[in-house]
Design a protein around this ligand. Structure first.
Ligand code: NAP
Ligand code: ZN
Ligand code: ZN
Length: 348
């Protein structure tokens, strides 16, 4: 593989800056990909700034990758040079444990290899993510992209898409179910699109009523300002399922109070401080708090194919590579509709 270039954080305090590095040579079952687009996930910001305490530097973020195959190893079956491939949050796993054998690589007993800031199983190097010109990955961890979809708008499906599709499927969201989505950001807007597409009655919760028209356009049946106690109370004890996509600490009890008996609040947002909640809100309705993390390889492909069949993509603002630091700041101010995507041809 020729040398790679991208943008990296050198420590938790510095802005991302141009950075050169090398990737290992692709093996027989691997593809080398020229990255065309990479989405900007809030996890990239959490990681660049070491908000979860597990970052390794230099850190090249990016796990919502769409690119063109530069070369395919001799044993690669699903891709040829010149074709489009997509890469998400996981780039390897043990491939032997029960979850891996069942296509749930995200629950790999040995721990999946993440796209960046993780130890590469093959050569022990630190993985470098998709804010870069290329990537090397085993074809088992790459996905095909439906030809009818816009490639920039596909990129966020690789994390925001699967992270919301998977729990909505697991908890069988569909017709006759009342479902809440908390937070209208990158994950939230995909959750809204999927829940609507699956036929549920969808209520979008937001801290910002200026997003109301967008939420209705994206598929919400109702929009609720979460800081309005009366508006919240009107939905007490009425939800089968609520998916919480919020990136910062916020009162989880407010949503537990809205669950029906035997209903579930599933957290996918990962604030640096975990929420506290009243057990009374659970026992009084036998409710559950759950969590969910991205999805396995087969379900990620299923999600992409579903998006192709139903014409679902992310609402994106395409930016230049050198705008990424500004994009992080704007994401923190909720000033993005609804996902930044880096056009990698601007890397220079
Ligand atoms: P994002 O685009 O920044 O969206 C977060 C949304 O949360 C905002 O749009 C906002 O919605 C709401 N919010 C922000 N600050 C808030 C506050 N102080 N109080 C209440 N609501 C607030 O982020 P994202 O990329 O969607 O990621 C969301 C979270 O999911 C991040 O923590 C990320 O690390 C995590 N994540 C988890 C997984 C997983 O596998 N579980 C995968 C990817 C990402 P409103 O303006 O509508 O209120
Ligand atoms: Zn992500
Ligand atoms: Zn495994």
């Amino acid at each position: 593989m020729p040398s790679s270039k991208g943008y990296a954080a050198l420590n938790a305090q510095s802005p991302l800056a141009p950075f050169s590095f090398t990737r290992r040579e692709p093996g027989p079952t691997e593809i080398a990909v020229e990255i065309l687009y990479c989405g900007v996930c809030h996890s990239d910001l959490h990681m660049a700034r070491n908000e979860w305490g597990q970052s390794m530097y230099p850190l090249v973020p990016g796990h919502e990758i769409v690119g063109r195959v530069l070369s395919a190893g001799s044993a690669v079956k699903r891709f040829k040079a010149g074709e489009i491939a997509a890469i998400g949050v996981i780039v390897d796993s043990c491939r032997k444990c029960a979850p891996c054998r069942h296509g749930e690589e995200h629950f790999c007993k040995e721990g999946a290899t993440l796209t960046y800031a993780n130890v590469d199983r093959v050569d022990g190097s630190i993985t470098m993510g998709g804010y870069a010109n290329n990537y090397v990955v085993d074809e088992r961890f790459a996905h095909t992209v439906p030809a009818n979809l816009d490639l920039a708008a596909v990129a966020p499906l690789l994390c925001a898409g699967i992270t919301t599709y998977s729990p909505l499927r697991h908890w069988k969201v569909g017709p006759g179910k009342k479902v809440g989505i908390v937070g209208l950001g990158g994950l939230g807007h995909m959750a809204l699109k999927f829940a609507h597409s699956f036929g549920a009655h969808v209520v979008q919760f937001t801290t910002n009523l200026r997003k109301r028209e967008d939420a209705l356009r994206l598929g919400a049946d109702e929009v609720v300002l979460s800081s309005d106690p009366e508006a919240m109370k009107a939905h007490a004890n009425s939800f089968e399922f609520i998916l919480d996509c919020v990136s910062a600490p916020h009162p989880v009890d407010d949503y537990l109070a809205l669950l029906k008996q035997d209903a579930t609040l599933c957290l996918v947002g990962l604030p640096d401080k975990s929420p506290s909640f009243s057990v009374f809100n659970l026992i009084g309705r036998r409710a559950a708090i759950a969590g969910s993390m991205i999805g396995g390889m087969p379900e990620t492909q299923e999600m992409l194919d579903y998006c192709g069949a139903h014409n679902i993509v992310s609402d994106v603002e395409v930016i230049r590579m050198d705008q990424v630091n500004e994009a992080f700041e704007r994401m923190l101010k909720q000033d993005v509709k609804y996902r930044f995507v880096i056009d990698m041809s601007t890397l220079g």
